[in-house]
Design a protein around this ligand. Structure first.
Ligand SMILES: C[S@@+](CC[C@H](N)C(=O)[O-])C[C@H]1O[C@@H](n2cnc3c(N)ncnc32)[C@H](O)[C@@H]1O
Length: 279
């Protein structure tokens, strides 16, 4: 019964979601994103959900589309995906890149997750899980996305990301492990444009989000305050009902679901300054 209600809600709200999420007076006119183009993009993204296995929602992809379309085309910067699995989210990002005339650079081992370390609190996966081979990913994007916008970088992030030296407008990090997330943030941050974005998955886990709030981390590696993370713990509010927390709420609120990613921007800052006994 609950499954049926959720599925009906998911399908019936597609046009509403596309309309609301892509609603902005700031979408740059140079992209010529008409009403029709928004719906075509949104429906293709939604349908891709059923064509490839994917771990993420078309709504989070639409949120990324919005931020990309709101950025003027003369702001240089590629779109990066770290963690692609079968190419489900990459296919959708490539459709956005086609409309925005940007390049999508896809980074993955193409042999699944690395061996997880004991200190990694997300390390409950087996090595090789979420494996999508390079040829398989390319085939999926060819069929359901825009392969002409894509470049592929195969290998562990710690080997491939340090080579990247072009500006980044938006990086989507869907990499499961805490240590993979940290590698991505450390190697990508300096390449982000002044108002460049980082989106993540696994936003329901407060420990995972904490990298974006850690004063020690940002002071140590970037000599700045933490940027914070919009959507920490519950995801972006894009038409779902969910108040968290992840560890317990699933059992007694079957209609509550998080859905749509979390993000930060290079020029954001979130830090506390009041310590009364020190003032
Ligand atoms: C959950 S999957 C990505 C799902 C995909 N974004 C989607 O929406 O369908 C995580 C991916 O991260 C990749 N990955 C994680 N850590 C990595 C690392 N350190 N180096 C390279 N690839 C890694 C895995 O190979 C896997 O493809």
């Amino acid at each position: 019964m609950y499954d049926f209600i959720l599925r009906a809600y998911f399908v019936l709200t597609v046009p509403i979601s596309i309309f609301f999420i892509l609603n902005s007076t700031k979408i740059h006119p140079a992209y010529k994103i008409t009403f029709f183009k928004k719906f075509r993009l949104g429906f293709r993204m939604f349908l891709n959900r059923f064509r490839m296995v994917t771990g993420t929602s078309y709504k989070s992809h639409l949120a990324m589309a919005l931020l990309i379309f709101e950025t003027p085309p003369d702001v240089a910067g590629d779109i990066i995906e770290c963690g692609t699995w079968k190419g489900g989210s990459a296919a959708n990002l490539s459709l956005i890149c086609k409309l925005a005339n940007r390049k999508l650079k896809i980074f993955d081992s193409f042999e699944g997750l690395p061996e997880s370390q004991e200190i990694d609190r997300e390390g409950h996966y087996a090595a090789g899980e979420f494996c999508g081979q390079l040829e398989e990913v390319k085939r999926n994007i060819e069929k359901y996305g825009a392969i002409e916008c894509c470049e592929f970088y195969q290998g562990w992030f710690s080997d491939t990301l340090p080579q990247l030296n072009s500006p980044i407008l938006l990086a989507y990090l869907d990499v499961d492990l805490e240590l993979s997330l940290e590698t991505c943030v450390r190697h990508l941050w300096n390449n982000l444009t002044d108002q460049g974005y980082i989106f993540i998955d696994e936003y329901v886990n407060l420990h995972y989000c904490a990298i974006f709030w850690s004063e020690k981390y940002w002071e140590k590696y970037f000599n700045r305050t933490p940027p914070g993370l919009i959507g920490s713990g519950v995801g972006l509010p894009l038409g779902e009902y969910y108040i968290g927390d992840w560890s317990t709420s699933y059992h007694h609120r079957p209609l509550h679901h998080p859905n749509a990613g979390a993000y930060t921007r290079k020029d954001y800052s979130g830090h506390w300054i009041h310590f009364p006994d020190e003032e």
